[in-house]
Design a protein around this ligand. Sequence first.
Ligand code: NAP
Length: 361
Amino acid sequence: MEKLKVGVIGGTGMVGQRFVSLLAEHPWFQLTVIAASARSAGKTYEQAVGSRWALEVPMPEMARGIVVKNAVDDMAEIAAQVDLVFSAVDMKKEEIRDLEEAYAKLECPVVSNNSAHRWTPDVPMVVPEINPEHLEVIPAQRRRLGTKRGFIAVKSNCSLQSYVPALHPLKDEFGLNKVLVCTYQAISGAGKTFETWPEMVDNIIPYIGGEEEKSEQEPMKLWGKVSDGRIENAAAPSITAQCLRVPCSNGHMAAVFASFDRKPSKEEILARWAAFSGRPQQLNLPSAPKQFLHYFEEDNRPQTKLDRSLEGGMAVSIGRLRPDTQYDYKFVCLSHNTLRGAAGGGVLLAELLRAEGWLDR
Ligand SMILES: NC(=O)c1ccc[n+]([C@@H]2O[C@H](COP(=O)([O-])OP(=O)(O)OC[C@H]3O[C@@H](n4cnc5c(N)ncnc54)[C@H](OP(=O)(O)O)[C@@H]3O)[C@@H](O)[C@H]2O)c1
């Protein structure tokens, strides 16, 4: 299979670095363009990132010498050179919305990590194991944009990548109706390390701007239905969330409480989790974890440091399932926020798009 040429806009940032490292040796995609702000444009990737390299793996050799382009000023040139761009820019929301739409209108599909288009009704927001069928809105989006090939597809917020996958296989069969979730989110989710955010050592901050709203509302779009070229959001379950920033480098943990119309047994829940697989597993996509949901029997697992990198950081870990006094059950889940929750989720979405023909010329 010939590799598709891809670019990363916002490639110098925290999420962009993950994209670069995942794409450097990807079997289906060839990283040919990295773009960022005017501050980085014209420098080699190595110079532009400098001491900001934040990953535990070294910067890929093939990326070091790539001369960074300006994501805005060089847009037409970039769109002509690649088959797809991944977007990880950090700009004002309206600027991101316009930038991503401009790439799409230049017939360059965009897979975005940003929230700017998550609520655009004809933009699919996809966790590939959960709602791959939402890609069916792409033709309607193309009609609105006046494009033949260009479109935008987005991934959802990193906070919900642990608990929504765990709830998904239970939702319809047992009538999931009420969810309470507290998240414990790593500092890389704010684009930070302990070096750049020393105040987070030995500290917890009980506020992450906009995160609780996203955690409560975005699952409703993921669980929505395609109707007339747009996504109609689900009406249930009702979700309430508190999101805390905790002193971990990577990995978002969630403590979840859930109630159902038809309360399942513990064995039924464990069986649904063990058996669950989605389209990425069926299509054997290169970044898909073999087992999406892993249940740990040990009372002290999953742990952020031990378990966040399970299956390349693309699997979700679950543990401590037990009855609750106010809800039917409680349990904890964990996912890697910059892999499954950001760049890895974006790459998996692009693999799904390719496998299903949405990137064909
Ligand atoms: N970190 C996470 O875990 C996470 C998870 C989900 C979503 N997100 C979202 O993903 C986006 C990126 O997050 P991040 O943590 O990677 O941010 P970051 O480390 O601050 O990186 C921001 C990137 O955007 C570029 N940029 C900034 N202003 C620009 C402009 N005017 N024109 C073109 N490029 C510009 C920067 O380029 P320069 O290097 O040249 O300044 C850099 O490449 C944000 O919208 C964030 O909310 C992050």
